[in-house]
Design a protein around this ligand. Sequence first.
Ligand code: LLP
Length: 401
Amino acid sequence: MLSHTKLIELAERFDTPLYVYDAEKIAEQYRKLSTAFSACNARFFYACKALTNINILAYISSLGCGIDCSSINEVKLALYAGVPPQKILYTSNGIAFEEIAEAAQSGVHINIDSLSNLEKFGKRFGNGYGVGVRLRPNILAGGNLKISTGHEKSKFGIPIDQLDGLKQIVSQFNIKITALHIHTGSDIKDADVFVQGIKVLSELVSHFPDLTVIDLGGGFKVPYEPEDEETDIALIAKKLASYVDSHLSANGKKYELWFEPGKYLVSECGYLLTQVNVIKDNGAQVFAGVNSGLNHLIRPMMYDAYHHIANISNTHADEKAYTVTGYICETDTFATNRLLHEVREGDYLVFYNAGAYGFEMSSNYNSRLKPAEVLLKDGEALVIRKRDEFEDLLKSQIKLL
Ligand code: LLP
């Protein structure tokens, strides 16, 4: 974890609000995954929807990790960052077929998540382009319903109970199904969810003779609250390896296991640095209002997500309860009655675990500017995105009146 002194130095040098990412933490997380799964014939594709800065994509690729994309623009960003197409995966959902066709033009791996697009794919490519299918395994998992994707009411994937329809399309167009994919949700710490997932898929493998990959998606939880324990990745790997040995090795075929971690790779590397604009005591609560808001970090308001906050400017003072809010002109509460070392106007407050779905979900709401992003790598602080300027708000507007 970066020291308070380092964070203050960065806040003073680059101003706030500021996103900071620590490259070494990303590398450490990737090492943990690859070590844990070393017996599993595993490959990892970073779910870049968590944070798409092209320098992050290039850095993660340089570690040996592939990139998982959820839009054609993410595919283009990964290619632009220098990631070779065979290390890019496009797991699509609800998209127009043209995007799939465009992805196929660049030669990336593709997972298709509807019978309708699979049929169009078959018509266009026949058996000329091996492809994966995203299935809906009917497993309820994940931190909350908004980030839960594998259950029976979910829009994601082809329901496994539509296997007959799927096989019919595959045989009609002679499609080469090379991968079966599921992603059950985000914030999963229970190893058995992954075992349940592979069990569902292993019952289907015999229907797809060209299959080489079983893709279990992402979702490994990271600790957000101080009392959260780390997800036991080694246990997940051990359980999956043992399942593969006993159930999937009978025909002598060795499937690759693919994973698409987002949060696990980039959540803990990220810090959002802010400064306190106003302290307001309304009698019932003391508000600490910072120079940021849901426009920069929407997770607390959107998912009731907990982000640890520290006042790094006054660490020896006594703790008091503060409701930390933003400067947006609607309720944007980061934390309610949170104990912080006494907060004064001008103090720096840091939000931890801000790497995943932080900057990435930011907006210009209230015509506020997006923060700069800094990557700490090999002892250097690299500005990888400059702070928005007023002109950025006008960039795409057309003044006609
Ligand atoms: N693979 C697929 C197909 C996905 O849809 C996702 C996330 C991932 C992998 C990566 O999941 P992760 O390892 O990051 O949990 N904005 C929400 C999370 C949305 C996740 C969407 N899909 C949040 O901030 O909690």
